[in-house]
Design a protein around this ligand. Structure first.
Ligand code: PEP
Ligand code: MN
Length: 280
């Protein structure tokens, strides 16, 4: 295989040639990149404290390790719900603390990094921002884990080099997230690229996350793709869950109900075990 990760004879920081063993790090007691497959669950957007609490309580009972929820939402239309901003961050931090779950949320704008980092345990760079090199550079100077989503039509090389931007600044706690790429297919929202998961595990030592919710956009495909993701080597899954998906302010069609999530957790367990891992 052509090695795309060698520049002028020096291996890049993201490369397995630089570090052979898998990167592992701990976030409030959750080890990312270790034996346990970490499952992050929660609504697309933080809508209200009650909805987030109910979701967190139920996903935690089913075995989720971390809570997600967006306060700054990158919506296709400027007229769609954009998230509750700082108020949403406060809700997320409160619920995470009450439930004893580390929290993950997206930072969309460089200006908000300090604020979002005050409330969140992990910062997420969304697919639309993967090429925002000034944002990546700023995150590289912080001491906080970053989930780097693959851009909508990014090549694997571009994705890994985006991670290099963060690592080059000294922040090595990066998780690569496959969330589906654009293709000619219209049944699904995106085409989830699971070969990228296996390939990136070969090319890089960084932990890999799969987001089958955005990766497919279709609720019924989330569990089968979660199983496939674990089989392909994913270290982390991120799943959108809403207590009432029909009423969700964003991404209802791809959100699982808490009951659907509990079923997912049951179904992925034997797959994880067959791969020498565990989910609980
Ligand atoms: C999200 O996870 O909430 C999100 C907006 O994802 P993406 O950036 O992958 O579209
Ligand atoms: Mn979403």
């Amino acid at each position: 295989m052509k090695n795309l990760l060698v520049k002028e004879g020096n291996d890049l920081l993201v490369s397995r040639m630089q570090q052979t063993e898998n990167t592992q790090f701990e976030v409030k007691g959750c080890v990312i990149g270790g034996e346990k497959t970490i499952v992050i669950a929660g609504p697309c957007a933080i809508e209200s404290e009650d909805i987030l609490k109910e979701t967190a309580f139920k996903v935690r009972a089913s075995g989720a390790s971390m809570l997600r929820g967006g306060a700054y939402k990158p919506r296709t239309s400027p007229y769609s719900f954009q998230g509750h901003g700082e108020e949403g961050l406060k809700i997320l931090a409160r619920v995470g603390q009450d439930m004893n779950m580390p929290v993950v949320t997206e930072v969309m704008d460089s200006e908000d990094i300090g604020l979002v980092a005050e409330y969140s345990d992990i910062l997420q760079v969304g697919a639309r921002n993967m090429y925002n090199y000034s944002l990546l550079k700023k995150l590289g100077r912080l001491d906080i884990p970053v989930v780097l989503k693959r851009g909508l039509s990014a090549t694997i090389e571009e994705w890994l080099l985006a991670a290099e931007y963060i690592m080059a600044g000294g922040n090595c706690r990066v998780v690569l997230c496959e969330r589906g790429i654009r293709s000619s297919e219209t049944w699904t929202r995106n085409t989830i690229d699971l070969s990228a998961v296996a390939l990136v595990k070969e090319l890089s030592h960084l932990p890999v996350m799969v987001d089958p919710s955005h990766g497919t956009g279709v609720r019924s495909l989330v569990t089968p793709m979660s199983k496939a993701a674990i089989a392909a080597g994913a270290d982390v899954l991120m799943i959108e869950v809403h207590p009432n998906p029909e009423k969700a302010l964003s991404d209802g069609p791809q959100s699982l109900t808490p009951r659907g999530f509990s079923q997912l957790m049951r179904e992925i367990e034997p797959i994880a075990r067959a791969c020498g891992r565990r989910v609980k």
